[in-house]
Ligand binder design. Structure first.
Ligand code: C2E
Ligand code: CA
Ligand code: CA
Ligand code: CA
Length: 278
C-alpha cells in the first residue's frame, strides 16, 4: 500500500499540475480572445406551440478558438468569472445581441425580444444600468426588446437584488428567471420583485414522461407563474412526448432541441423568418 501510495501521489500531483497548466493557458487564450473578438453568438428560438411562431430568442456565446475549435460556454464562462474577464466578455455579448436584434427588426424580422444571460458578477456590477443604457442607446434597440436572464442564486439578498431589479425595470428591460427551481432561495421574493418570466429548468423536463414527481413540480411552477401573471417557458424540450405533457399542463412556450438548437444568425433567419420579405 505504501509503495502504491507514493506512486499514486506523484500521479495525482502531475495530473493536478497538468490541469493547472491547462487552466493558465486557457486564461491567457481567453484574454487574447476578447481582444481579438473570437466570440460569436448563437441564437436559440423560443416557440409558441399553438402556431409554432418564434416569440423570443436566447443569445448563447461560443468561443471560436483558433486551434481548439468551438468551445462551449460551460467551459470558459466559469474561468471568465474567476478572472474578472466576464465584464468585458459580458458587455460584448450584450452589445452584439442588441445589435443583432435591432438589425433583425430593421430587416423586417419579427418584433421579439432577445434574451441575454447575466452572470452574478455582472448583475452586481455597480455600473450595470449605465452599461446597459449605453448599449441600448448605441444600438438603438428599444428597452422592452432586451430580456436579461438571471438566476435565483442572485436573489439571495432580496434587498440588494430588489434595488438592482427596480433600476432595471425603470430602464424598461425585461427580467427572466433562468434555471427556475434549481436554486435554494425562498419563493417570497417572487411576489416582491419585478420579474416577467420563469424558465423551468431542463432537469425537471428530462424525465417528465416517466417521473411523476418532476411532473408535479412542473405543473406547480406553471400554475404559480400564471397566478403571479408571469410568462413561463419550459427549457430543454427534446421530444414530442415532453411537449405533450407541457401542453396538457397549460405551458405553451418552449425552448429546446425539439424545435431548434442554438443557431448562427443566418440560420435563424432562414428557418424562422417569414420568407416573403425582401
Ligand atoms: P442556460 O442559460 O441554461 O442555456 C441553455 C443551455 O441548454 C444552452 O447550452 C443550450 O444549448 C442548452 N439546450 C437548449 N435546449 C436544449 C435541449 O433541448 N437539450 C439539451 N440537452 N440542451 C439544451 P450552452 O449554449 O452550452 O450554454 C450553457 C450555459 O452557459 C448557459 O446555460 C448559460 O448559463 C451559460 N452561458 C451561455 N452563454 C452565456 C453568456 O453570454 N453569458 C453568461 N454569463 N453565461 C452564458
Ligand atoms: Ca439562459
Ligand atoms: Ca437555463
Ligand atoms: Ca442579417
Amino acid at each position: 500500500v505504501k509503495k502504491n501510495g507514493k506512486n499514486g501521489y506523484q500521479f495525482f500531483s502531475s495530473v493536478l499540475n497538468e490541469q493547472l497548466q491547462e487552466k493558465i493557458e486557457m486564461e491567457a487564450d481567453l484574454r487574447k480572445a476578447i481582444d481579438e473578438k473570437q466570440f460569436i453568438l448563437h441564437y436559440q428560438p423560443q416557440i409558441r406551440t399553438e402556431d409554432s411562431q418564434m416569440i423570443g430568442v436566447e443569445a448563447l456565446v461560443r468561443w471560436k478558438h483558433p486551434t481548439k475549435g468551438m468551445i462551449s460556454p460551460g467551459l470558459f464562462i466559469p474561468l471568465a468569472e474567476e478572472t474578472g474577464l466576464i465584464y468585458s466578455l459580458g458587455t460584448y455579448v450584450l452589445k452584439e445581441a442588441c445589435r443583432q436584434m435591432k438589425e433583425w427588426h430593421e430587416e423586417g424580422g419579427p418584433l421579439i425580444p432577445i434574451s441575454v444571460n447575466l452572470s452574478s458578477q455582472q448583475f452586481h456590477q455597480s455600473n450595470l444600468v449605465q452599461v446597459i443604457n449605453d448599449i441600448l442607446e448605441k444600438t438603438g434597440l428599444a428597452p422592452q426588446y432586451l430580456e436579461l436572464e438571471i438566476t435565483e442564486s442572485m436573489m439571495m439578498d432580496a434587498e440588494i437584488s430588489g434595488s438592482i431589479l427596480n433600476d432595471l425595470k425603470e430602464l424598461g428591460v425585461r427580467i427572466s428567471l433562468d434555471d427556475f427551481g434549481t436554486g435554494y432561495s425562498s419563493l417570497s421574493y417572487l411576489k416582491l420583485l419585478p420579474i416577467h418570466k420563469l424558465k423551468i429548468d431542463r432537469s425537471f423536463i428530462q424525465d417528465i414522461t416517466s417521473n411523476t414527481n418532476d411532473r408535479a413540480i412542473v405543473a406547480t411552477i406553471i400554475a404559480m407563474a400564471q397566478h403571479l401573471h408571469m410568462d413561463v417557458v419550459a427549457e430543454g424540450i427534446e421530444t414530442r412526448e415532453q411537449l405533450d405533457i407541457l401542453t396538457e399542463n397549460d405551458c405553451h412556450k418552449i425552448q429546446g432541441y425539439y424545435f431548434s438548437k442554438p443557431l448562427p444568425a443566418e440560420e435563424v433567419e432562414k428557418a424562422f423568418f417569414v420568407p416573403n420579405r425582401v
